[in-house]
Design a protein around this ligand. Sequence first.
Ligand code: SF4
Ligand code: SF4
Length: 360
Amino acid sequence: MNYHLVLTRKCNLNCYYCHGGEETGPKTEIQYSIDDLTAFLERDDDIQLMLYGGEPTLRVPLIIDLMNRFPKARFMLQTNALLLDNIPAQYVKRFHSILVSIDGREDITDGYRSEGVYKKVIKNVKWLRDIGYEGDIVARMAVSEQSDIHKDVRYLLDLSEPNFDNVHWQLNVFWDAENNWEDFDKWVTNIYNPGISLLVDEWIEKMKIGIVEGIVPFLPLMHTLITGEPSEMRCGSGRDTFAIHVDGKIGVCPISPDWEFSIIGDIWRSDPADLKNSMSVDEPCPSCEDYGLCGGRCLFANKQKLWGEEGFDKVCQVSKHLFDSLKKQLPVVRNLLDSGIISIEDFNYPEFNNGCEIVP
Ligand code: SF4
Ligand code: SF4
C-alpha cells in the first residue's frame, strides 16, 4: 500500500494558501520510534513511501534512514525544493517521482510563496537533471486568484533547462473561501474555465503531430474516457493510500490530521490489511453522472465540505467544465489512436500513485 509519511509538520516557507510554516513546538515532530514504524510497515509486503510534510527535506537524516531500512520500497517526494540539494545524490535518485512545488511564472510563484523562491526551485531542479536523476519530475502548482491557468501551465510545459516531465495543479479550494478569494466565481468564468478550454485545444493540436504533453489532470481522465473503465477516488485516499501522521496515527489523507473522521488507526494497533478500502465518498458523488470519471475528486472535501454544500457544488461545476472539454475531444483522440499517431500508453499516467490528486 501507499503511505504518506509526514516527516515533520514544520515548513521553511509560509505560503499564501497554506500557512504551514506557522506550526511550531514538539507536536510538529515525529513522536513515535522509527523501530515501531518499521514493525508496522514490515507487515505490508508491498510498500510505497510518499515523503510529505510540512517540508520533508528539513529531515534529510530521516530520509536516509528510511531508504536504508526499506531497500525494496518505492519512494515518492513532495517538496518545495528549496533544500532538495541537501539530499545526497545517490539517495535522491531513489525517488520514483519528485513533486516540486512551483506555481508557474516567476512573479506568480514568488507572489504566493516568497521572493526568490522561483529561482531557488529552478536551480535545484537543474541540479536534479545535472546529477542524472531519471525519475519523474512533476511541477506541482497551487492555483489561486492571481494564477492564469493557461499562461502558467503553458509556461511550465514550455520550460527547458530544466524541463519538467509533467505538470499538475491543485485549486486553492480546501480551506476558508472567505479569506482566500475575492471573487472565485468571476475568476472561474473569466480566467480558469476559458484557460482550461484553451489548454485542452492546444493539447489536442500537439497530439496531431504525435506529442502527448504531460498535463497530469488530462492524461488519466482521457484514459478513462477512452477505455470506459470507471475510476474510484483517484488520489487513493481511503482505498490504498493512507497517511502516517507525526503522532503515529493513521489517517485517510495527509492534510487532515486534525479532523477526527479521517483518523482510522495507528501504527501500534492497526494492521495494514485492515486499512484497505476503509473509507469511501458519500453523496452527492456516488449518484453523480460523472462519478466514474471524477472518482469523487477529494475524500476530504466530500466529508468535510469546508465551503458548504453550495461551495462544494461550485467546485464540481469547475470539474465538470474540464470533463466536458475532454469529452468533446474524445472522437478526435480515438481517430489519432486508430491511425497510430498516438498510443493508449501515452495516457497511462501515473505509473504508480505519485501524490498527484488528478482532479484539481
Ligand atoms: S463532480 Fe462533484 S459530485 Fe460528481 S463525482 Fe466529482 S466531486 Fe462528486
Ligand atoms: S485529494 Fe483530498 S482526500 Fe485526496 S489526498 Fe488530496 S486532500 Fe486528501
